[in-house]
Design a protein around this ligand. Structure first.
Ligand code: ZN
Length: 229
């Protein structure tokens, strides 16, 4: 009966690939294998001096930083990020977190990570959206890497949308006040992996990362599902 209902459901609401709108097989989740294979990947993912890591040189002391996808040259990555951010596609978010987790394992640079912290949304924005897309990624990533996620140790105090016109230094001082660690003892001395969905300027990672690095003995690494460089 359950199978019959599932089959009828599949006929009425077929699972389609987020990128190409083609039908998905039972094994495929949200994205078909062909689209997954052809998605634009971040080159030099395993290099410790990759362009994303270099972006943070002189800004944050990091053990490693990398991303899985690149915005370069394809619209499919944009479609995925849009579905994650605005359509509340939970399956897609968790699945993409697994892609990122598997990719991080393959690099060999993230084997000592103790826990994952997703960049928090401002509570008001999370209430409006109904979810934090980075939490979805975090669930998938932690499942793949078999490490715990801690999503309640950092809070976001304000939006940073009004920062664009400020000068770089003002922006830095201003952005440091964006995030606050509410219980440092839980992450003291830990190897923390901070994750985001997309990195563009890196300013959000920088402000959240800098408050984490104020915690005693904490070592920090970064990972993002996609990067626009
Ligand atoms: Zn497809």
């Amino acid at each position: 009966m359950k199978n019959l209902l599932a089959s009828v459901g599949q006929m009425l609401f077929p699972n389609l690939c987020v990128c190409c709108d083609g039908y998905l097989s039972k094994q495929e989740v949200s994205v078909c294998d062909l689209c997954l294979y052809t998605l634009s990947k971040f080159e030099l993912i395993a290099a410790l001096d990759n362009p994303l890591a270099k972006k943070f040189w002189g800004r944050l002391k990091l053990e490693a930083a990398t991303a899985y996808l690149s915005y370069k040259g394809t619209n499919d990555v944009k479609k995925l990020m849009h579905a994650l951010k605005y359509k509340g596609d939970t399956h897609l978010g968790i699945e993409m977190g697994k892609w990122l987790g598997d990719a991080l394992i393959r690099t060999g640079n993230f084997s000592t990570i103790d826990c994952v912290i997703p960049i928090p949304l401002h509570p008001k924005r999370q209430m409006l959206r109904g979810y934090n897309q980075c939490d979805l990624l975090g669930h998938g990533l932690c499942e793949a890497m078999k490490i715990p996620m801690i999503s309640d140790v950092v809070v976001r105090e304000r939006h940073n949308s009004t920062q664009t016109k400020k000068k770089r230094y003002d922006r830095y001082v201003n952005s440091k006040e964006l995030f606050r660690v509410i219980d440092p003892s839980r992450i003291q001395g830990k190897n923390v992996l901070l994750i985001d969905d997309v990195i563009t300027t890196g300013s959000t990672m920088e402000s959240c990362g800098s408050v984490l690095l104020d915690v005693e003995g904490l070592k920090l690494s970064l990972a993002s599902l996609a990067v626009a460089i």
